[in-house]
Ligand binder design. Structure first.
Ligand SMILES: NC(=O)c1ccc[n+]([C@@H]2O[C@H](COP(=O)([O-])OP(=O)(O)OC[C@H]3O[C@@H](n4cnc5c(N)ncnc54)[C@H](O)[C@@H]3O)[C@@H](O)[C@H]2O)c1
Length: 275
């Protein structure tokens, strides 16, 4: 779709990938509503973006609360009179082995990472359909395509996001809606997601049976992120995907080989991983 002069809402837009999207969208002449849970990071991001001359507003919003997502939509319409692009990007993630994760951490990750995008679709889709133009993107992950170990709750939420967006896109195409959907599945990106997630995590205590292996898994995830792609590059990739009406937005397409191997094993002998 055409992006120049259009209005974009980005959740989790105060840092990392969301801020990368905001910068890329601003450079393409879009107007921005940046939403985030963290007030201080939000104020800094809005300040930076407004200095570049873009029309931008910020709204504190916890995407795991429907009424706050509805308030975000109302504030956007109030300020800009329209919403053309929604990026359901806010997210949290910590290594979470299935045997050792507290129920409140399960709920928190699924509330933010899956219910957040569901509330986004539910709230913003009717507005876009009335307008006759729009694009809804959600940030999933490679963890939404492949269930690796030690990432239980995150994998569940991110698989849900892929399911939400594939179903949405098929439903939209099925009834010839002018609205498009897409899903971003990043590989490792150099952001502070681990640090932010530790700060926001409801059960601050470490799991009782935290093992050395789990500690290593956390360190490995962080090391991969530190060497990951620049989030500004991801922002430009998302902009390009929206402009070209692409559905799958992959930052590291070669990682999809693990999906092929999983499918081959399924077909060959019903095992999870062949060999
Ligand atoms: N960094 C990676 O390697 C990577 C890989 C795959 C997917 N992702 C996904 O990308 C998205 C962005 O993460 P990031 O890596 O840029 O991390 P980040 O921590 O820099 O950005 C996430 C933003 O979401 C905000 N946030 C957290 N909880 C929120 C809530 N309840 N409501 C509203 N905002 C909230 C945070 O304050 C933060 O600004 C997430 O959905 C994450 O799961 C990241």
């Amino acid at each position: 779709m055409e992006t120049n002069g259009r209005v974009a809402v980005i959740t989790g837009g105060a840092s990392g990938i969301g801020l990368g999207m905001a910068r890329a969208f601003a450079a393409a002449g879009m107007k921005l509503m940046v939403a985030d849970l963290d007030e201080a990071m939000l104020a800094t991001a809005v300040d930076e973006l407004s200095q570049s001359g873009v029309e931008v507003a910020g709204q504190t919003c916890d995407v795991s609360k429907l009424e706050q997502v509805e308030a975000l939509a109302a504030a956007t319409l109030d300020r800009f009179g329209a919403v053309h692009v929604l990026c359901n990007n806010a997210g949290v993630g910590l290594p979470t082995p299935t045997n050792n994760i507290r129920l409140e951490d399960w709920r928190w990750m699924i509330d933010v990472d899956l219910w957040g995008p569901i509330y986004g679709v539910k709230t913003f889709l009717p507005i876009m359909e009335l307008q006759g133009e729009g694009h809804i993107n959600a940030t999933s992950s490679l963890a939404g395509l492949f269930g690796g170990g030690f990432m239980g709750a995150y994998n569940v939420a991110k698989h849900g996001v892929v399911a939400l967006m594939t179903t949405l896109e098929r439903d939209l195409r099925g009834r010839k809606s002018p609205i498009r959907a897409s899903v971003l599945c990043p590989g490792p990106i150099n952001t502070a997601i681990s640090r932010h997630s530790v700060e926001f995590r409801p059960s601050k205590a470490k799991p009782k049976t935290d093992s050395a292996a789990e500690g290593r898994a956390g360190a490995n995830v962080q090391a991969a992120l530190d060497k990951g792609m620049d989030p500004d590059e991801v922002g430009r990739l998302v902009l390009d995907g929206i402009q070209r009406d692409k559905f799958w937005l992959l930052t590291h397409p070669y990682f999809t080989k693990i999906l092929s191997r999983q499918l081959e094993a399924l077909i060959a002998d019903g095992s999870l991983t062949k060999g």
